[in-house]
Structure formats: structure tokens, C-alpha cells
Design a protein around this ligand. Structure first.
Ligand code: SAH
Length: 214
């Protein structure tokens, strides 16, 4: 029974993530329920529960499970939160977030990926996720402000619109770096209208955050 097998692999991955230091129960619970094998191309299904990034087409990747878990944990989420993701890709991170918070908004720049993610999330019944195609560095002003903003692609600086669209007390997690080879996972917490506390959470490697139309 392939599905039972995937469920076992999923639980094994969750145990691995716990050993690697992921602590947040809500995050581990979400990782134990979302079927990652349905977010990767068919030819990679057998690899879906390896702790590694995998190609999803259009030169993009579904992030490594450990990174997904660390980013979700770094967002310090509450069940009532509304979260914005930039870089929907396969929709996997959005699905994980949807199990933890009330509403998830995710933006993908590439039309093919945006459409596939929206269809997949709809079919799998992740009803509290909205997907939009567009340039996520502009945020989603009609739905702002957000308690959490997570950028699933790396760039040299924090887009101003994303800072503006964060609630006071809100958390923004983004891989920051000048090069494509390595970035620093960074968390900003908004203290008030003008002040953001900033922390470095460790080195990561992401596909680039690209601005403008595809
Ligand atoms: N969170 C995704 C990982 C996607 S990889 C997952 O779980 O599968 C990062 C994605 O960010 C890519 O699909 C890329 O096309 C997208 N991206 C890059 N720059 C962007 C931008 N400015 N706005 C929206 N999406 C962007």
C-alpha cells in the first residue's frame, strides 16, 4: 500500500527533524500530516521524504523539509495568525502553514507554478490558503497587515512593502544575502511603526528572489 508507506516515511522524517532540533509541536504536527509526495513531480515521489530540496520545474525547487520546519518555527506562529508567503513554488510551505494558522496568503511569480500550486492546494482541501500570481516583493496590500511574513527565496535586502505590511508584533523571516550561493536566514520582529528587531538564525541556501514580471 503506497499511501501507508508514505505515511511511515513521513513519520520517520518528523523524528529526524526533531533530532535535528525542531521543537515547535504545531510545526512537527503539520509536517506529520501534509503529504509532501503530492507536492513534487511524479518522478521524485520516492524521494519526497528525504531531507532535501527537489526540483519542481521552471528551474525552481521545493525547499528542504528541515528549512521549511525552521522557517515555520522562526515565525513564532499562533493559531489565530494571518500569514503571507512570498514564493509559493509547489505550495508545500503554504500547506504546512495552513495547518498552524488561520489564513495563509501566498504569491508566486511564475504563472505555471502559481496555477499548479493553486490547483493542488484546492484539490487537497487546504481551504484557508489563497494563491496569487505576481511579484511578491510588493506584498498583498489588500490583505495586509500580516502577523507573519515568510520569504521562500533569497535576496540582498528586505523588500520595503513586506516590512510595511507587517503588524506591530509581527515576524518576518527571509534569507538575506548578496550571493546566490549562501544567505543568512534573518528574522525581523516589528516593535512599533518604525522599529524592527533583527536576528540572524543561520546560513541557508535559496533560489533567488526575483523582482518584476516573469
Ligand atoms: N515555498 C516553496 C519553495 C519555492 S522556491 C515550496 O514549498 O515549494 C521559491 C519560489 O519563489 C520559486 O517558485 C520562485 O519562482 C518564487 N519567487 C522568486 N521571486 C519571487 C517574487 N518576487 N515573487 C513571488 N515569487 C517569487
Amino acid at each position: 500500500m503506497p499511501n501507508r508507506d508514505f505515511a511511515q516515511q513521513r513519520h520517520r522524517l518528523v523524528r529526524e527533524l526533531r533530532k535535528l532540533g525542531v521543537r515547535a509541536d504545531a510545526v512537527l504536527r503539520a509536517m506529520a500530516t501534509v503529504p509532501r509526495e503530492l507536492f513534487v513531480p511524479d518522478e521524485y515521489q520516492a524521494d519526497a521524504y528525504r531531507n532535501s530540496a527537489l526540483p519542481i520545474g521552471s528551474g525552481q525547487t521545493i525547499s528542504q523539509p528541515l528549512i521549511v520546519a525552521q522557517m515555520a518555527e522562526a515565525l513564532l506562529l499562533e493559531p489565530t495568525d494571518r500569514v503571507l508567503e512570498v514564493g509559493a513554488g509547489s505550495g508545500y510551505m503554504a500547506a504546512i502553514l495552513s495547518q498552524i494558522v488561520r489564513e495563509v496568503y501566498t504569491i508566486e511569480r511564475l504563472p505555471d507554478l502559481a496555477e499548479a500550486a493553486a490547483e493542488r492546494l484546492w484539490k487537497l482541501n487546504y481551504a484557508n490558503v489563497c494563491v496569487r500570481q505576481g511579484d511578491g516583493t510588493l506584498g498583498w496590500p489588500e490583505r495586509a497587515p500580516f502577523d507573519g511574513v515568510v520569504v521562500s527565496a533569497g535576496g540582498p535586502q528586505v523588500p520595503q512593502a513586506l516590512m510595511d505590511q507587517l503588524c506591530v508584533g509581527g515576524r518576518l523571516v527571509i534569507p538575506l544575502g548578496e550571493t546566490e550561493s549562501v544567505q543568512e536566514l534573518t528574522r525581523l520582529i516589528r516593535r512599533n511603526a518604525a522599529i524592527f528587531d533583527r536576528e540572524d538564525l543561520g546560513a541557508v541556501r535559496f533560489v533567488p528572489l526575483v523582482t518584476g514580471a516573469p
